[in-house]
Design a protein. Structure first.
Length: 113
């Protein structure tokens, strides 16, 4: 299934919405506990393995260098984005973008408030 995520930013990460997204992801994916990966990278890897081509547009981490490194390591999570780059400027970023991704027939699964 192609996952379209509303993206990450300070507002989304600080809300109940982010906690609910993490919980829902944990219900449908098989967790990973690779000791050589951080908790965040384990989560990203699990989503990349489970969902395959997806659009998780916007920043994944506040650290731009680490964010870019993870996006290079898990390109399938940007493959369904309009720009294929997971940019905050991507057409499928944010709540309206996630819904557009679904209505355009690109995504199969989304979470939008």
């Amino acid at each position: 299934k192609i996952y379209t995520y509303i993206g990450l930013n300070e507002y989304i990460n600080s809300t109940f919405n982010a906690k609910l997204i993490l919980y829902l992801e944990s219900l449908v994916t098989v967790g990973s506990c690779s000791t050589n990966l951080t908790l965040t990278e384990n989560r990203i890897k699990v989503n990349a393995d489970f969902f395959g081509d997806s659009c998780v547009a916007g920043p994944w981490l506040p650290d731009r260098e680490r964010d870019a490194e993870l996006k290079r390591s898990y390109p399938s999570l940007c493959a369904a984005c309009a720009s294929h780059r997971c940019s905050e400027k991507d057409f499928y970023w944010g709540t309206s973008g996630a819904l557009a991704c679904m209505s355009d027939g690109v995504g199969d699964v989304t979470w939008a408030e």
